[in-house]
Design a protein around this ligand. Structure first.
Ligand SMILES: C[S@@+](CC[C@H](N)C(=O)[O-])C[C@H]1O[C@@H](n2cnc3c(N)ncnc32)[C@H](O)[C@@H]1O
Length: 311
């Protein structure tokens, strides 16, 4: 079997080739065009993490000049995706700049650092900060908690003011999938769950300190391919914060809106979309645009998350 080239070798080869031939390459030829497009996707991904305005303006200008040769269905599809990305970056650069974040220096407890996570440190600090701003009686809905890292950070933040008067209602299928393995350290001696295993007990173990505050609803929300059941908001009080981290499927987002929006309070509820800053989050951007009259950008931690105020 031929040896597969190491990713670093491929990168060096591409760079070598482009650098050596940069003056001679037809810039509209497929190779040059796809290399430029790929570089711009990476640049856009970096911009989406910060939404830094100056960076955004240069990325938008380059995306504007990008021409992807369209000669088959695949390139037509990619062209449409890049078009969506260009429009999104343009819209974002027209928004006001973000102030210096208030959460970057918040410490993460040893307990919070011990729970496997899919989040960056900044996002976890942001969740803790968000919880710390909520008053007594606060209500949080969290969709997509996985092993509870985000939940624990929200709860530690709630300790500051709301304490035990707060409630956090968590929704997840709690069913292990193979892609989750790469986010957990290799277990010593023990074994991680296998695809299909229910891991609700691990969630509860990680949230043991907050057992009275947190309740978990096991549910699979219909993503348009696999039928599911509807989550339920069981509290009489409105929702102060809703955190969504279940991917960008429009069908799931539509269920979110139908079920939880009746419990939002204009001017009060904050919605966090954890994957908003990913380059392929097109359906999430469209969802936020479609509900744009109700969603005003509120916070942008560095990373993929973004928070909106419901108005
Ligand atoms: C990206 S992970 C969440 C990461 C987590 N917030 C953390 O702090 O590390 C997404 C979670 O959403 C759940 N999920 C994804 N799609 C779902 C759906 N349609 N219905 C129910 N749960 C879903 C998965 O089981 C997984 O636990």
């Amino acid at each position: 079997m031929p040896r597969l080239p190491h990713a670093r070798e491929v990168t060096a080869n591409v760079l070598d080739h482009v650098y050596a031939d940069a003056d001679w390459l037809d810039h509209d030829a497929p190779v040059a065009a796809s290399v430029r497009a790929a570089a711009l996707v990476l640049e856009s991904a970096q911009y989406l993490r910060t939404e830094d305005r100056a960076h955004g303006r240069s990325v938008a200008a380059l995306l504007d000049r990008l021409r992807v040769p369209v000669d088959d269905d695949r390139s037509r599809e990619l062209g449409a995706v890049l078009d969506g990305l260009r429009r999104h970056v343009q819209e974002l650069t027209a928004q006001p700049s973000w102030p210096a974040p208030a959460w970057d220096d918040l410490p993460l407890s040893a307990a919070a650092q011990a729970v496997p996570t899919m989040l960056t440190d900044t996002t976890r600090r942001f969740y803790k900060w968000l919880g710390s701003r909520l008053p007594a009686g606060a209500r949080i809905a969290e969709l997509g908690s996985w092993l509870g890292s985000s939940t624990l950070c929200l709860c530690e933040g709630l300790d500051e003011r709301a304490g035990d008067t707060a409630r956090v209602e968590v929704y997840d299928s709690f069913v292990w999938a193979a892609w989750m393995d790469s986010f957990v350290p290799v277990p010593s001696g023990g074994a991680w769950p296998r695809p299909g295993d229910v891991f609700l007990d691990r969630f509860h173990a990680n949230l043991q300190a907050y057992g009275a505050r947190v309740t978990a609803q096991r549910c699979w929300i219909d993503d348009g391919t696999t039928p599911g059941e509807r989550p339920v908001w069981r509290h009489p009080e409105p929702i102060d914060v809703l955190v969504y981290d279940m991917g960008p499927d429009r069908a799931v987002l539509d269920v979110l809106w139908e079920v939880f929006e009746p419990h939002f309070l204009p001017g009060r509820t904050v919605l966090v979309f954890n994957e908003y800053g990913k380059v392929h989050a097109t359906s999430l951007w469209e969802f936020c645009d479609d509900h744009g009259e109700h969603l005003v950008p509120e916070h942008k931690p560095v990373g993929t998350a973004k928070a909106f105020r419901y108005v």
